[in-house]
Design a protein around this ligand. Structure first.
Ligand code: FAD
Length: 324
């Protein structure tokens, strides 16, 4: 068998963009292997037939649906292990994110499967999948092949672009007897720590602030520009460690990986640990008062100057343009 099973995360009746990117990629790869891409969802009443069938729009032919707690890893491991045992999938693919890492790792342990994390590209070659993962601070690419019955591939966030095809998927209900340890944890709440309704990983525009903003209050400049542009605010680790902005907004090696259309870095030096989390952005604009800041080596547009003067003017200019 050369079918691929993709876990699709959902929240408040909406399917997750990274998961749908993984479905699109799974469909592309499965076609090359001569198999099919299937999605798996776990949740309760908000997983309607109509919602589950929409995964077909991204290329999945079936959607396996199990009743269970959404947002916890172990129940999903139980469901995926059963679906794979019953249907013989050759690969499990995840769109990334903390939950994807946890489920993928749990599934690999359960099924004694090989696992590759932080994957940025996958290709089909001679009837098998080869996963590419950047290593050594993204300076080299390592390739993983899989032995045995199952290969687990966990992507870096935003590695795969969702592509709509116009199809619908067959919805297949799965009965799963959860392991005792899978039902011990209870979800008591979900949500972004920021308290904003814009998801930082899905935002097309990110205004990222670094230590150059000077203090927590300095983030008002970034927030104003983000509001004017319809984007979200991100931060460096130096900033979140200082308590200026929430940890959930941290971009980089030990934070989130993003790839928006525009990443505007204000007062960010461009350390390698920050760069690895945002270098996939389509356009990188940097404002820094130090012309020798490393960020100028990899940005598309660099502005040498004081952000305290530039950001408010930029915000006003965006507002004026929108008003006109
Ligand atoms: C194991 C490890 C993991 C790490 N993980 C991460 C991570 O995930 N994410 C991350 O971001 N970092 C991470 N770091 C930290 C990283 O090495 C840098 O220290 C951090 O990214 C620097 O943040 P910064 O750019 O905000 O601050 P700084 O390096 O202090 O840069 C501030 C910049 O602002 C500029 N500036 C100052 N005032 C102004 C002004 N008025 N106008 C314009 N520009 C101004 C300065 O010229 C300077 O370039 C990690 C480090 C380690 C060791």
């Amino acid at each position: 068998m050369s079918d691929i099973l993709v876990y699709v995360l959902h929240y408040e009746g909406k399917l997750n963009k990274n998961s749908l990117g993984a479905v699109s990629e799974g469909a592309r790869l499965a076609a090359e292997l001569g198999g099919q891409c299937h999605a798996v969802v776990v949740g309760s009443d908000d997983l309607t037939d109509a919602l589950c069938a929409t995964v077909g729009d991204w290329g999945a032919t079936k959607c396996f649906r199990a009743k269970g707690p959404e947002g916890l890893a172990q129940p999903v491991v139980d469901v995926m292990a059963k679906v794979i045992d019953d249907n013989g999938h050759a690969y499990a693919l995840f769109g990334g994110g903390l939950l994807g890492f946890e489920i993928g790792a749990g599934l690999a342990a359960r099924k004694h499967a090989g696992v590759t994390m932080e994957v940025t590209a996958v290709r089909a070659e001679n009837g098998e999948l080869i996963a590419e993962r950047p290593i050594l601070q993204d300076s080299q690419i390592s390739e993983s092949r899989y032995r045995g019955g199952l290969g687990v591939i966990i992507a870096r966030l935003n590695a795969f672009e969702p592509k709509q095809t116009g199809g619908t998927a067959e919805v297949v209900d799965v009965d799963v007897e959860y392991s005792p340890w899978s039902t011990r944890a209870t979800m008591i709440g979900r949500g972004e720590q920021r308290g904003e309704d814009i998801n930082i990983e899905d935002a097309d525009v990110l205004i990222a602030g670094g230590r150059g903003l000077g203090a927590a209050e300095g983030f008002k400049l970034a927030e104003d520009l983000a509001a004017a542009m319809g984007g979200a605010v991100a931060a460096t680790r130096a900033v979140v460690d200082a308590g200026w902005y929430p940890y959930s907004t941290q971009i980089g090696q030990t934070g989130k990986t993003v790839a928006p259309k525009l990443y505007l870095a204000a007062g960010i030096s461009g350390a390698i640990q920050h760069k690895v989390g945002m270098q996939g952005s389509e356009n990188i604009v940097a404002i820094n008062k130090d012309a020798n800041a490393p960020i100028f080596e990899f940005c598309d547009l660099g502005i040498v100057g004081d952000l305290n003067k530039i950001l408010p003017k930029l915000t006003e200019a965006v507002k004026a343009k929108k008003a006109g």
